[in-house]
Design a protein around this ligand. Sequence first.
Ligand SMILES: [Zn+2]
Length: 335
Amino acid sequence: MRPLSGDGGRRRKWVGVDVGGTNVRAGCVDDQGQLFGWVSYPHEMAMGDFGCIEAAANQALETARTTWADVGGVGVAIAGLVDSSSGIVLDSANLGWRSLPLQAELQRRLGVPVTIENDVCASALAELAAQPGGRACPWLFVSVGTGIGACLVLDPADGRLLCLDVGHVAFGGDVLLGEGQKRCRCGKYGCLETVASGAAFTAAAKARISLEPGHPLRPRVATISGKDVLDNAVQGDRICVEVLTSAGRACGQAVANLVNLVTPVAVGLAGGMMCAGSPYLDGLLNVARSEVKPWLSDMCTFGTAIRGEKAGVIGVAELARRRVAVSSAVVAGHV
Ligand SMILES: [Zn+2]
């Protein structure tokens, strides 16, 4: 263990670690937000498995050819509900973590200030900074992967972010009652994630393809991935197009509800499905644009993410830099 550093203001490197549902990603970022070190690999984390985060941070520093002596702080993005002010992971269904004091434990192990944040919120901050001409707020960011999350950026300058757990709101498009609703990993029935997430449409595609003897994917139906579904849909496969369109339309309904509720000036859409030619994106935009209040649809624009899988690492490293700067200013009596 290294002694906890109090001189973050003189250290100019910031490490970001993004712990997703299936992958851990890490990188090193300088004061200008330039990423210069990167690692990404699948993980199998268990409750209290902090060693994986520490290992990812060490590997990021290695690839960036820098050392802990230059690091002012570490940011860790978590797929789950996070109380960033107290440094506690409240609930992460993916990682199986609940009421976990992650920040304190990592600071003890790493010896530098640690910031934790929800992964979608961290990505939102980095994506907004990358949007052309874009710092207009409020900005709504929606990310679709294994699960679905959203963040409302209220003010990027001071990092005011509102985490929106949209994946677990009740889906009210085609109202399914009783036995028709699927059980969500959170324990509820009928959440948006059970119909519109990557895990949901992949399961739907597998179920339908398994009933089609001549389908080219049927021989390996058990190993079909979300990317397989997208690739086949783009090539015109009927089942994959229908599955993705249906999931995208469900997500579009939820996005429209959010837009009507919080009236953002723009919406950013992230995830592997948000690309040109994707029936998921087409279905989402068709429903979202038709369901948004008419006066809002004229002023609210939709765009897709630019930084992709690196956004979480860049965003949470930037948050670590800002929070160390603020605490240094407090210590120095400047605020
Ligand atoms: Zn749920």
